[in-house]
Design a protein around this ligand. Structure first.
Ligand code: ARG
Length: 469
């Protein structure tokens, strides 16, 4: 049992006569969740006391005792033996109280020239920075696995869709590379926000700075920050770094949900475009034949949690006056959950993309249906007969109707039947009506021809190799 002086009431309630009510303690405490920042709290404290010692604000003897004590606490927390206490409110008070138990009165010097306001801002920034770095590594892996799948499927033909109606045949590799572009931008957003968040709030103290001769550049350096934040009021009161991370995560989750949805579609027996192995599917409790793409559905569903984290925190921060308000303690749970969810979804998508086997014959068959080369026919009328595109569009529409009437594909319409609609059509038209012809002909920059896609794949492969992706 700890004595009264070790409780939060002993550490910071000198001016109070009585204890807190139980509900007050419950609404006030954050230790239930902010213990996830324990390592960041210890790192921040070690940097702080190192600087205090270098600046001769704390004696070398006390600094050594504090650092040794903090390392003992680090071990206790990692091994699960640390006695967390709700009465001590949060991770900061828990660590400090334990330090006092371990080293005695010198522990009280650690908080010189510091407030929990700059302490929590520092810990949380360090935590979000790590989460951001993990996300960057995962998005890079996702890009790499997509590029490899795409590389194997530059010439695998599938229907390309608009309105989820077959539109024009495309390369399956091209389709996957579209996601690579999206995730590439997500990666850029994560990197951008890392740059901006990588500044140290430590030393802002409660809000106004401190009269002690601290060296903020030194603590920034010790914690791997590029520099100290310029304004102490800003340092303790903004959480835009977490918002920006969650915004980047939300955007990426939206991309993930679209890919996840396509996996669900492609897996359905009506499409049968891909196969996922047992490792990435589940069975039904009643229908023995089922193979369900649950992971993809969950990625699609979990997007709501990450967006919820973003909107939750935006709402917490909205209209808060400067500087710190306790409302901001509500920043952590949603950010932790957003990050956990985001990382899990990235891992699931990396697994599924690597596992996925395309069923090329089914894709090719679907690509050949629904007059997918009608645009090629219209383009031929423009190119060969010099018709304005609108007129060519109209004539092609009539030919499509004719094909439907005869129950055949466009390329199966006899030339004579076509010539009844437009007399100048000749047998050369058949060269553009094939599905492969259509795909191969789309060589404009960023287009779907296998060569173009192979070029995109090569570009991304070298980016992946140079860790630019
Ligand atoms: N547990 C608090 C949080 O998560 C720490 C900051 C407390 N500061 C204060 N002035 N009460 O934000």
């Amino acid at each position: 049992m700890r004595d009264e002086t070790n409780k939060s009431s002993g550490l910071i309630r000198g001016r109070f006569g009585e204890g807190m009510s139980e509900v007050m303690e419950q609404i006030n405490a954050s230790i239930g969740f902010d213990q996830r920042m324990a390592m960041q709290d210890i790192d921040g404290s070690i940097a702080h006391v190192t600087m205090l010692c270098e600046q001769k604000i704390v004696s070398a003897e006390d600094a050594v005792a504090i650092k040794d004590g903090l390392e003992v606490i680090r071990t206790e927390i990692s091994s699960g033996s640390f006695p967390f206490s709700v009465e001590l409110e949060d991770i900061h008070m828990n660590v400090e109280a334990r330090l006092r138990e371990l080293i005695g009165a010198a522990a009280g010097r650690l908080h010189t020239a510091r407030s929990r306001n700059d302490q929590v801002a520092t810990d949380f920034r360090l935590w979000v920075r790590e989460a951001n770095d993990r996300a960057i590594a995962l998005v890079q892996q996702l890009i790499a696995v997509l590029v490899e799948q795409a590389g194997e499927n530059t010439a695998t033909i599938m229907p390309g869709y608009t309105h989820l109606q077959s539109a024009q045949p495309v390369s399956f590799g091209h389709h996957l590379m579209a996601y690579v572009e999206m995730f590439g931008r997500d990666l850029g957003r994560l990197r951008d926000c890392r740059e901006r968040m990588n500044e140290s709030p430590l030393g802002a103290a409660a809000l106004a700075g401190t009269s002690f001769p601290i060296d903020r550049a030194r603590t920034a350096e010790l914690l791997g920050f590029a520099r100290p934040m310029r304004n102490s009021l800003d340092a303790v009161s903004d959480r835009d770094f977490a918002l920006e991370y969650l915004a980047a995560a939300s955007m990426c989750m939206t991309h993930l949900s679209r890919l996840a949805d396509e996996i669900v579609l492609w897996m359905s027996p009506q499409y049968s475009f891909i196969e996922l192995s047992d490792a990435w599917t589940t069975g039904s409790s009643i229908m023995p034949q089922k193979r369900n793409p649950d992971a993809a559905e969950l990625v699609r569903g979990k997007v709501g949690r990450v967006h919820g984290s973003l909107f939750g925190l935006l709402t917490v921060m909205k209209a808060l006056p400067l500087t710190f308000s306790k409302d901001m303690q509500e920043d952590k749970e949603r950010t932790f959950d957003g990050a956990d969810t985001f990382e899990l979804c990235l891992k699931a998508m990396i697994g599924m993309i690597g596992d996925m086997t395309p069923r090329a014959a089914n894709m090719r068959a679907a690509a050949g249906a629904a007059h997918a080369t009608a645009t090629d026919l219209a383009d031929w009328l423009v190119r060969e007969l010099g018709l304005p595109f609108r007129e060519a569009h109209h004539i092609t529409g009539q030919l499509v109707r004719l094909a439907d009437k005869h129950g055949v594909r466009l390329d199966e319409l006899p030339l004579a039947a076509m010539q009844e609609v437009e007399a100048r059509i000749d047998e050369n038209v058949f060269a553009v009506l094939g599905i492969e012809d259509s795909v191969n002909s789309r060589r404009s920059l960023g287009g779907t021809s296998p060569e173009c896609v192979a070029r995109q794949v090569e570009e991304w492969r070298s980016r992946v190799k140079q860790s630019l992706a």
